[in-house]
Design a protein around this ligand. Structure first.
Ligand SMILES: NC(=O)c1ccc[n+]([C@@H]2O[C@H](COP(=O)([O-])OP(=O)(O)OC[C@H]3O[C@@H](n4cnc5c(N)ncnc54)[C@H](O)[C@@H]3O)[C@@H](O)[C@H]2O)c1
Ligand SMILES: [Zn+2]
Ligand SMILES: [Zn+2]
Length: 393
C-alpha cells in the first residue's frame, strides 16, 4: 500500500510499504477514507525528529471502513464505518476505567516513560505505524474505534479522532464559571474548536493568534479575537474589568512564535546526531514558551490554565513565583479521546452544525499531495488551516 513516511527534518514522502495484517485477536484493519494532518505532526516534522526513524508512517487522525477483524473483535464487522481515536487504549484497565485513556496501563510505553501508545507518533509513543496511509492496523479495536452512520460526509465525523475531543477536554479542564470569560491562545484547528465549544457553552471567548485568516475564521463563530502582541496580557485585562480571563486554554504548544532563546536551542538540536539530540532533550530540553508564559500572565488570580498544546521540554523554566502567588490551577495532557466522543457525537450529527465542523478544512488532496501540504501547513501559506487527505481518491 501507499503511506506517508517520515524521512528527515522537514521531509516526508509517499512510499510503497507492506500492507498491514492482523497480528492480535483484538486487531482490525481499516481502509482509510479520510485522514487529517495535525499540528502535532508538525512537531515530528521539526523538533521531535530525534525520536523518528526514516520510513516511519505518520498520521493519527484517520477514519474509514473496516476491512477485516481479529477473532476477539465482536463489536465491529467488515464494512462498518469507524473513526479511530489517536490514543490506543484497552478500555478495561484502571486508567481507562477512570476515563484516563491516554494513560492506559496496557499500552503505556514504559521503556520511554510515556503514557498510552499513539498512532504514528515516534518512538516516544511506541513507534506504531500511523494513519496517513491506505490501510491501518488498529490494535485494541474491540474498544477504540467509534462506529458512525453512513449518511453524513467524512468531515462531520473525522475530527472525533483527535482535535474535537482535545478541544472539548481543554474546555472541560478550563473550568470556566457560568457566563465567564475564556481566552484561547492559538487559533489553529485545536484553538478553533476550543473557542467554538466555549461559545457553545455560553462563555465569552477571546482568541489570540498572529495569523489573520485564523482570527477571521474564529470570528465567524462568535469569538472575539486579538492579534499577538507584547502587551497581550494588558489587552486581555483591559477587556475583562482589569482582572484577566477566568481561564486560558493554551492551544499553541512547544513551537510558539516569539521565543527567541528556545527557538535557537531547537535549531542547534536539529544539527546534532539523533542519539546526542535525544540525550540533550532528555536532560536540558526547553520548549518555546511564549504562549505558556503569556497565558500565566493573562489569566486572572485564582483562575485556571488548561494546556492542550503539546510540550516536550524536560528543563523548561516556569514562572512559579507568579503561578503560586496568583493561585492558579493548571491542568494538561494528551486527550482522553474515548472519554468524550459519546458526548460530542450528537453535536457533529446535528444539522445546525453547532461547532462548525464544516468550516475548518481549507486544503484537501490524495496521499500524493501530502508532502507539499505539510510544508504549506507548517508555513501557514495559502490560508492553510486544516488539511484532509483522502487516500482512496
Ligand atoms: N493534548 C492533545 O491531546 C493534543 C491533541 C492535538 C493537538 N495538540 C497540540 O495542540 C497544539 C495546536 O495544534 P493545532 O493542530 O491547532 O496546530 P497549529 O500549529 O495549526 O496551531 C497553533 C497556532 O498557534 C498560533 N501561535 C503560535 N505562537 C503563538 C503565540 N505565541 N500566541 C498565540 N498563538 C500563537 C499559530 O499561529 C497557530 O495558528 C499543538 O501543540 C498540538 O501538538 C494536542
Ligand atoms: Zn492530532
Ligand atoms: Zn487501558
Amino acid at each position: 500500500m501507499k503511506a506517508l513516511t517520515w524521512q528527515g527534518k522537514r521531509s516526508v514522502s509517499v512510499e510503497e510499504v507492506p500492507d498491514p495484517v492482523i497480528q492480535e485477536p483484538t486487531d482490525a484493519i481499516v481502509r482509510i477514507t479520510s485522514t487529517a494532518i495535525c499540528g502535532s505532526d508538525l512537531h515530528l516534522y521539526e523538533v521531535l525528529g530525534p525520536y523518528m526513524h526514516k520510513g516511519d508512517v505518520i498520521g493519527h487522525e484517520p477514519m474509514g471502513i473496516v476491512e477485516e477483524v481479529g477473532s476477539g473483535v465482536t463489536n465491529l464487522r467488515k464494512g462498518d464505518r469507524v473513526v479511530i481515536p489517536f490514543n490506543i487504549s484497552c478500555g478495561s484497565c484502571y486508567m481507562c476505567k477512570m476515563g484516563l485513556q491516554s494513560q492506559c496501563e496496557v499500552t503505556q510505553v514504559k521503556e520511554k516513560g510515556s503514557g498510552a501508545a499513539l498512532f504514528g507518533y515516534s518512538e516516544l509513543y511506541g513507534s506504531v505505524p500511523g494513519g496517513q496511509a491506505e490501510y491501518l492496523r488498529v490494535p485494541h479495536a474491540d474498544y477504540g474505534p467509534v462506529k458512525v452512520g453512513n449518511e453524513l460526509p467524512d468531515d462531520r465525523y473525522l475530527f472525533l479522532s483527535d482535535i474535537l475531543p482535545t478541544a472539548w477536554q481543554a474546555v472541560e479542564y478550563a473550568d470556566v464559571p457560568a457566563g465567564g470569560t475564556l481566552a484561547v491562545f492559538g487559533l489553529g484547528p485545536v484553538g478553533q474548536f476550543a473557542s467554538r465549544i466555549g461559545v457553545h457553552r455560553g462563555f465569552r471567548v477571546i482568541g489570540i493568534d498572529p495569523v489573520s485568516e485564523r482570527r477571521e475564521m474564529a470570528a465567524r463563530h462568535g469569538v472575539e479575537t486579538l492579534d499577538l502582541s507584547k502587551t497581550i496580557g494588558d489587552e486581555l485585562r483591559e477587556m475583562t474589568g482589569g482582572r484577566g480571563p477566568d481561564a486560558v486554554v493554551d492551544a499553541v504548544g512547544m513551537e510558539a512564535h516569539g521565543s527567541p532563546v528556545a527557538g535557537f536551542a531547537h535549531q542547534a538540536l536539529g544539527l546534532l546526531p539523533d542519539k546526542l539530540a535525544q540525550k540533550a532533550m532528555e536532560t536540558g530540553g526547553v520548549d518555546r514558551l511564549a504562549a505558556l508564559h503569556a497565558s500565566v500572565d493573562a489569566v486572572r488570580r485564582g483562575g485556571t490554565l488548561s494546556l492542550s498544546g503539546v510540550y516536550g521540554g524536560t528543563a523548561s523554566p516556569m514562572p512559579l513565583l507568579t503561578m503560586f502567588d496568583k493561585q492558579l490551577q493548571v491542568r494538561m495532557g494528551q486527550c482522553n479521546v474515548r472519554n468524550w466522543t459519546d458526548a460530542i457525537l450528537p453535536l457533529v450529527e446535528d444539522d445546525a452544525d453547532p461547532l462548525g465542523v464544516m468550516d475548518l478544512v481549507t486544503h484537501r488532496s490524495g496521499l500524493d499531495g501530502a508532502p507539499a501540504l505539510y510544508e504549506k501547513f507548517q508555513k501557514k501559506e495559502d490560508g492553510c488551516i486544516k488539511v484532509v487527505l483522502n487516500p482512496g481518491a
